[in-house]
Write a protein that binds this ligand. Structure first.
Ligand code: SF4
Length: 321
């Protein structure tokens, strides 16, 4: 498997992983091929991100879809800095002690959304376990700034778990994002090694809380496969998400960013993704996206339209029954 040299240079960004032995994952299968980033709109997206001194998870996580997404002027903003207080074994975002919050960042995100003419925006963040509210207020301010600068844009957020602080979580729900997305990332058995700072049921409770407080808000969650999970464990996660009333599930292939990260256990075949999608649809999700290159924010704008249509269809059907 070949690694992005930029990401390898940045291996120092993960001091806690330097003691790990190199565990290269082997060659990527043909179905994981992506086009090199280029094109006029790609450059324009990059220029706006740079001009407003914004951070994107597209770059920080080394997302394979960056060429396609940025060419369509779709980027996922990552707020609250570039340094995460957790050290998940799959993630390429730098870890360590973060800087103080930049109070003007919410406004800069709002202005960038306006200048890019986005119909739908996704905002994620690093985990800020160092802050009393884990950054909830910064999320609220960012949602408000987007609403103020670009009122026609729908807002999808992809935050961490706010350490399970219900007051913090509620404040973000009350800011009424259109989609509240929070990824489970992997099956519960693998949490201690893959997501050691998180708790499976804490994340599930967060998703359940969104629906309890505001049933109109769409909820979404995602899994990566290829870390050693079984099909039965994935089925259980689907059941848990449905029990929490989650509307939309995404499933994508885990790709190892550097040899120091968790190794790829195996590459799931596109036919297996199709089978997972079928299984999830049978379990009652309004929307499912399951392909090797599915990421939480991939095609988020188009998917949001489909999500609304699916809900309307479901409501019409229920009314007729
Ligand atoms: S899939 Fe999401 S993170 Fe990846 S490039 Fe597209 S918008 Fe960015």
């Amino acid at each position: 498997m070949t690694y992005d040299p930029k990401l390898l240079d940045k291996a120092k960004r993960h001091p806690e992983k330097q003691k790990n032995p190199d565990r290269p994952a082997g060659r990527k299968p043909d179905w994981i091929r992506v086009k090199a980033p280029q094109g006029k709109l790609y450059q324009e997206t990059r220029d706006i991100v740079r001009k407003h001194k914004l951070t994107t998870v597209c770059e920080e996580a080394g997302c394979p879809n960056i060429g396609e997404c940025w060419q369509q002027k779709h980027a996922t903003f990552m707020i609250m800095g570039e340094v995460c207080t957790r050290a998940c074994a799959f993630c390429n975002v730098a870890t360590g002690k973060p800087n103080a919050l930049d109070k003007l960042e919410p406004l800069r995100v709002g202005v960038a959304v306006l200048q890019m003419g986005l119909k739908h925006v996704v905002v994620t963040s690093v985990d800020r376990d160092d802050l009393d509210d884990s950054g909830a207020d910064h999320f609220v301010k960012t949602i408000q700034a987007i609403r103020m600068k670009s009122p026609g844009t729908t807002v999808e957020i992809l935050p961490g778990d706010f350490r399970g602080d219900m007051e913090a979580i509620d404040s973000v729900i009350y800011a009424r994002p259109d989609v509240f997305n929070h990824n489970l990332e992997t099956v519960p058995r693998l949490y201690p090694t893959i997501r050691p700072g998180a708790r499976y049921f804490r994340s599930l409770r967060l998703l359940q809380r969104v629906k309890d407080v505001d049933p109109q808000q769409f909820t979404k969650s995602g899994l990566m496969v290829g870390l050693g999970e079984t099909k039965e464990e994935i089925a259980q996660v689907m059941d848990d998400l449905r029990a929490a009333n989650v509307d939309f599930m995404t499933i994508g292939q885990y790709l190892q960013p550097t040899p120091k990260h968790a190794p790829v256990d195996r590459f799931w075949h596109p036919d297996e993704f199709a089978a997972l999608e079928k299984m999830a649809r049978r379990k009652g999700f309004l929307m499912v996206s399951a392909t090797p290159l599915t990421r939480s924010s991939h095609h988020a704008g188009e998917d949001f339209k489909k999500l609304k249509e699916a809900r309307e269809k479901q409501l019409t059907k229920q009314a007729a029954e």
